[in-house]
Every structure is written in C-alpha cells, then in structure tokens.
Design a protein around this ligand. Structure first.
Ligand code: AMP
Ligand code: FE
Ligand code: FE
Ligand code: ZN
Length: 305
C-alpha cells in the first residue's frame, strides 16, 4: 500500500470513528481483562472522543487511568456500574453513574460498603460450590480474578475445571438468581442507588434496559417512577439492544426528557466478541453529540469541576 493511500485511509478511518464515544466499559479492577491504562490506550488508538470507565462498585480503574498523561484528545469520564434490586425485576437492575465532578468521600465509602458485601457473598458462594462437590479453592480464585472477585470469575474457574461447559452454562445451572449456588449480596434498592448517585452529583443512568424488559410500556412506567428519585438518563445504545429496542428507549427518553447514553460494555478478552467503541461486529455507534448533550444538560456540575 502506498503512503498516500494509507494516509488517506487513516484520515478517513479517524474521520469516521472520531465521532464515536464509549460510556460503558470494564477494566481488571472489576470483571474486565485489561488494565485501565490499556483500555485508555485502546480508546485513544481508536480515536474515541470520550470514554467512561464504569467498573462494578469501584472507581479504582478510573483513578488509575486519570493519572495517565497522554489521553490524546479522549475525554476520560469517571463512572461506576451498580447492581441493585427492584421488586419489578427478578434479576439485578444495573445503574450507571457518571461524574463530571468526582464524587466525594460519602459516595466512595458507600462503594466500599458494597465491595465488603461482595466479599462476604464470595465466601458463602465458595462454600456453596464446595458443598455441591466442586473443588474451588481461594488460591485458584485469586489466580483467576483481577483486583475484584465476581461471579464471572467463579464461572471461568468452573469451566476451566470442567464443572460447566461454558460461562453461560455455569450461570444457568449454578450461579444465576434462583440456582443452587446463588447467594444474595447486599445490593441496594434501585431507588436508593438513584438517590445516592444524584446526591453525589452524578448522572444516574439506567443501564442496558433490555435486560429488564423489552416491553416499552413496562419500561416507561419503571423509568417514570425513578425520575422523582433523580434518574437522569437511559443507556439506549448497547450491544444487547436490537435496533427496535434502541428506538423504543430513545422514544421514552425523549418523552420523559431524559438524557441518552450508550456504550459497548467492553470486558476485554472475557467477552471477546465485544469491541471497545464498536460493540459486537462493529454494529455499535454512540455519537459524540450525546457527550455534548450530557455536558449541556449537566453544565452546572461541569462548571463546578
Ligand atoms: P457479581 O457482580 O459478582 O454478582 O456478578 C455479576 C455479573 O455476572 C454481571 O455483571 C454479569 O456480567 C454476570 N451475570 C449475572 N447474571 C448472569 C446470567 N444470568 N448469565 C450470564 N451472566 C450473568
Ligand atoms: Fe461485568
Ligand atoms: Fe451491566
Ligand atoms: Zn457493564
């Protein structure tokens, strides 16, 4: 390939992808495979204009990444993903929180409490698996997990040791809600989590709503009821959403005057079919206009930053 052609291609490539952002990804500070510094490097290589690190229950990945000097024009946003319970859904409901101004000590202490609850759950979960005849030791779990142990790590070890055929099989037969190795942890109520995010100055965002329901009427009612607690946004763009889902969620956001977000939910090699920025098979496209709109709507928080 001649230099001129490769330059042209790289220019075109940058032009096409530089209008993309990714507001949902995980690092090895929760259940992703990549170090925060590597996720940010990848984001800059891809020409993403904004990246939010949204690890489960921790800001550690963001804290590490923000020290990185060369972000090459990529705005790094502080984020977190919380698992909550709701009487309207048998599965955990995930809530994303974004902070233009980093949250204070009260919110960070609350995240610490959630992580302690996770540790207590993990101890019971390991005992439960042993009592079901699976030899799953702490040293093996520590070897397979990053900085925070979660059910996906248990699932990986179960596959590795031949107790499950796949990660999904481990969840379906043992780890999912209602299955024999399921142990509840101290997940906050959805309303409480929304209130705490709002009180900490965050943008409370309902994550991947298609996991809750695909029925727009059910979702509209759930979302409308969360607005008084401080819900700000809906994650309309996500690899698990069909085009029809996305259109439904966009219509609900527009009707209820909520902001719109989107992201790949990248977990590195642990979910190898999901690419940072572009999701599954390059089908995700989260326009940077959403980031501008978030800044416009939540300008007060930005000005205070
Ligand atoms: P934890 O936070 O340790 O309870 O693990 C929750 C994570 O496990 C979620 O973020 C999902 O990635 C995964 N997970 C939870 N439920 C299921 C399920 N039924 N099937 C597959 N993965 C699941
Ligand atoms: Fe995850
Ligand atoms: Fe999630
Ligand atoms: Zn996620």
């Amino acid at each position: 390939m001649t230099n001129a052609v490769s330059l042209l291609l790289s220019f075109f490539f940058k032009r096409t992808v530089s209008v993309v952002i990714d507001l949902h990804c995980h690092t090895d500070c929760s259940d992703g495979s990549d170090a925060p510094v590597d996720v940010v490097r990848l984001a800059t290589e891809l020409g993403l204009e904004a990246l939010a690190i949204t690890d489960h229950d921790t800001l550690d990945g963001y804290d590490m990444a923000r020290k990185q000097s060369d972000l090459a024009g990529c705005s790094l946003i502080c984020g977190v993903e919380l698992s909550t319970h709701s009487s309207r859904c048998s599965r955990s409901v995930h809530l994303l929180a974004y902070f233009f101004r980093e949250p204070g000590s009260e919110f960070r202490s609350w995240l610490q409490e959630l992580r302690e609850g996770r540790c207590e759950r993990n101890i019971l979960l390991q005992q439960r698996l042993q009592s079901l005849g699976m030899e799953i030791s702490w040293s093996e779990l520590e070897a397979i997990s990053g900085k925070q142990l979660g059910r996906p790590h248990f699932a990986r070890l179960m596959v590795k040791k031949g107790y499950a055929a796949s990660l999904q099989d481990a969840f379906d037969r043992y780890l999912a809600e209602g299955r024999p190795a399921y142990v509840e942890r101290n997940e906050p109520a959805l309303e409480e989590a929304v209130e705490r995010v709002a009180a900490a100055g965050g943008i409370a965002t309902l994550a991947h709503p298609a996991r809750i329901t695909r029925d727009p009427h059910t979702l509209r009612s759930l979302v409308a009821d969360l607005i008084p607690y401080g819900l700000n946004a809906i994650e309309c763009f996500h690899p698990e959403h069909s085009a029809e889902d996305t259109n439904h969620w966009l219509a609900i956001a527009s009707e209820l005057d909520l902001a719109v977000t989107g992201g790949s939910d990248y977990h590195g090699s642990y979910k190898p079919d999901i690419r940072l920025g572009t999701g599954r098979s390059g089908t995700l496209h989260v326009p940077s206009s959403l980031f501008l709109e978030l800044k416009r709507r939540f300008a007060e928080t930005v000005v205070n930053a």
